[in-house]
Design a protein around this ligand. Structure first.
Ligand SMILES: [Zn+2]
Length: 75
């Protein structure tokens, strides 16, 4: 099973799937996206909101709770 997965990974890498956000050819620096912008967009989708995350820093637990309560207030 593990070997099959390894083969699949190789195939995926060769095929160069397009950017999942906009469908443009991806740029190695921003894999699996084509740009920093698409990477941020995807991250935003992941978090389920329109929050702009300028860095990859993980928020402190307190900040995270603030974000969550803010989001709840919007709903
Ligand atoms: Zn893109």
């Amino acid at each position: 099973m593990a070997e099959i997965r390894r083969l699949d990974e190789k195939r995926m890498r060769k095929r160069k799937a397009p950017c999942p956000v906009c469908g443009k050819p991806l740029v190695p620096d921003f894999r699996p996206f084509c740009s920093e912008r698409c990477k941020t967009i995807d991250l935003g989708r992941w978090l389920g909101g329109d929050y702009r995350i300028p860095t990859e820093e993980v928020p402190e637990e307190g900040e995270l709770m603030d974000l969550i309560s803010e989001q709840e207030r919007e709903d």
